[in-house]
Design a binder for this molecule. Structure first.
Ligand code: NAP
Length: 293
């Protein structure tokens, strides 16, 4: 069994990005610039945005955090997005979701210029990704593909089961894995809460991507010998053994599943750090105008 270490790989990628930024600046170029919009003061959103700002600083990017009160209207927020769209100094824009209930997530996503949509949530980027055109791919699926690539996990012709069909994980990773690409060419089954015989479906998989958000749902009897298991799930539970008083649990019962696997990601330290670094990779692409010239 080989552990797929997202922490190590993400640090390597950050070092690669930092080096590239240094070279850009040395040649008189501009540092990549990410803007993040945060509405309200939800604790989890605050933490995610703080991580993103910190990650930018670590690789030498400029970041701008634009904070708005919960009471901002949809129209006002869209106007703020339009200002960032028009600002030539800003390469990438993310709006931390969820936004307050009186604002439509979809309208906000669609207001972002696709060329600055480094979260890869805009329908134009999603559509381009699906038909195999260059696009910003959302961070978690992009991070999973990068892990598979760097660990040279074979995917061509493999039977891959994705558990979960969300727009941010299940659907995009399924689409990426069926692309004609070096990490792709898989035969993909997408499962969800209405799937019958999930255990049987999983037990035939060469690769399982667990993205359902149910702690330790995938057990050893669902996994065949030699399978690759990518655990996307994160459930926060109370813990008396950690300083913070909580710990993160994946969708896979790691201790019993790991011995059966050829490769497996841990939680924490697997897909999570790769999600963070994928946003940096997209921002670098945006600053280099690689996808939208
Ligand atoms: P989501 O939007 O809640 O979607 C969960 C999906 O799992 C849905 O499609 C749901 O089916 C399916 N599902 C739920 N219970 C199921 C069951 N018992 N059997 C089969 N399928 C079931 O979640 P998400 O945003 O995709 O996130 C999934 C997990 O990944 C969460 O724990 C989240 O915290 C984590 N996550 C981690 C990262 C990271 O960086 N590591 C990034 C994003 C998300 P239906 O469609 O039928 O409801």
């Amino acid at each position: 069994m080989q552990l797929i270490d997202g922490k190590i790989i993400s640090e390597q990628i950050k070092a690669e990005i930092a080096k590239e930024v240094e070279e850009i600046v040395k040649k008189g170029g501009k540092k990549p610039h990410l803007a993040a919009i945060l509405v309200g003061n939800d604790g989890a959103s605050e933490t995610y945005v703080a991580h993103k700002v910190k990650d930018c600083a670590q690789v030498g990017f400029t970041s701008t955090l634009l904070r708005f009160d919960n009471s901002i209207s949809e129209e006002e927020l869209i106007n703020e997005i339009k200002k960032v769209n028009a600002n030539p100094d800003i390469d990438g824009l993310i709006v931390q979701l969820p936004v307050p209930k009186h604002i439509s997530d979809n309208k906000i996503i669609e207001a972002i210029d696709p060329a600055k949509d480094v979260d890869g949530f805009h329908p134009i980027n999603v559509g381009r990704m699906v038909i195999g055109l260059p696009a910003y791919v959302s961070a978690t699926p992009a991070g999973i593909i990068e892990l598979l690539r760097r660990y040279k996990v074979p995917t061509a012709g493999k039977n891959c089961v994705v558990i979960g069909r969300s727009n941010i994980v299940g659907k995009p990773i399924s689409n990426l894995l069926i692309q004609k690409a070096d990490v792709g060419d898989a035969t993909v089954t997408i499962c969800h809460s209405r799937t019958e015989n999930l255990k049987e479906v999983c037990s035939k998989a060469d690769i399982i991507i667990a993205a359902l958000g149910r702690a330790e749902f995938v057990t050893a009897d669902m996994v065949k010998e030699g399978a690759v298991v990518i655990d996307v799930g994160i459930t926060r539970v109370e813990s008396q053994t950690t300083k913070s008083g909580f710990k993160l649990i994946g969708d896979v019962k790691f201790d019993e599943v790991a011995p059966k696997c050829s490769f497996i990601t841990p939680v924490p330290g697997g897909v999570g750090p790769m999600t963070r670094v994928a946003l940096l990779q997209n921002t670098l692409l945006a600053s280099k105008k690689v996808i939208y010239k």
